[in-house]
Design a protein around this ligand. Structure first.
Ligand code: ZN
Length: 181
């Protein structure tokens, strides 16, 4: 659980990253920024900051901020109630992000699995996204991503987010309690 002080410090830092990316948000959005730490208390290595712009029955858009070394842990978005599951597009706006999906594993991956949680990072096909580059994931595809050395700002466009249904590889992450991306 994040302390209020750490939450506020983290949000202040995330807003600076958005400024570097030239992304303007309102004061109200700053107030409702979220810090995902996945209940692991490893925010420096497993965690990210986000703003949800919209999440309707049909579509969702978010801004994701990852500081250097921060990782979104491996997960997938399964079919729910006849819906095939969430389709996601990640577009790098600033910095660099390494995205991992099923496929030929990178020989020398640029990301490093967070210490102590290595077993829960199982897909290693590497996609490097630099500003202006994007990648679309089919529903139910395992994925995880990590910021490059300077951090990253990533826009996410998707079908509806149904966070509690998401499936994390790490059994300690409880999706009913955590917002996911
Ligand atoms: Zn996802």
């Amino acid at each position: 659980m994040l302390s209020k002080a750490l939450y506020q410090e983290t949000c202040t830092k995330a807003v600076k990253y958005l400024e570097k990316a030239g992304i303007v948000i309102t004061e109200a959005e700053k107030q409702r920024m979220e810090v995902a730490e996945y209940g692991l208390d490893m925010l420096d290595s497993i965690g990210l900051e986000l703003i949800v712009y919209v999440n309707t029955e049909r579509c969702c858009a978010k801004e994701l901020i990852l500081f250097s070394g921060q990782t979104c842990p491996e997960h997938r978005h399964p079919p729910v109630n006849g819906d095939p599951g969430k389709e996601e597009t990640f577009r790098c706006r600033w910095g660099k992000v390494y995205l991992y999906v099923p496929g030929d594993p990178a020989e020398k991956p640029k990301a490093v699995a967070p210490k102590g949680r290595e077993a829960y990072f199982t897909v290693w096909h590497e996609i490097e996204l630099n500003p202006g580059e994007q990648y679309t994931l089919a529903p139910n595809t395992l994925h995880w991503f990590q910021a490059g050395p300077e951090g990253a700002v990533v826009s996410e466009f998707s079908t509806k987010s149904r966070d509690p249904y998401d499936v994390y590889t790490d059994p300690q992450i409880n999706p009913a309690q955590e917002r996911k991306v």
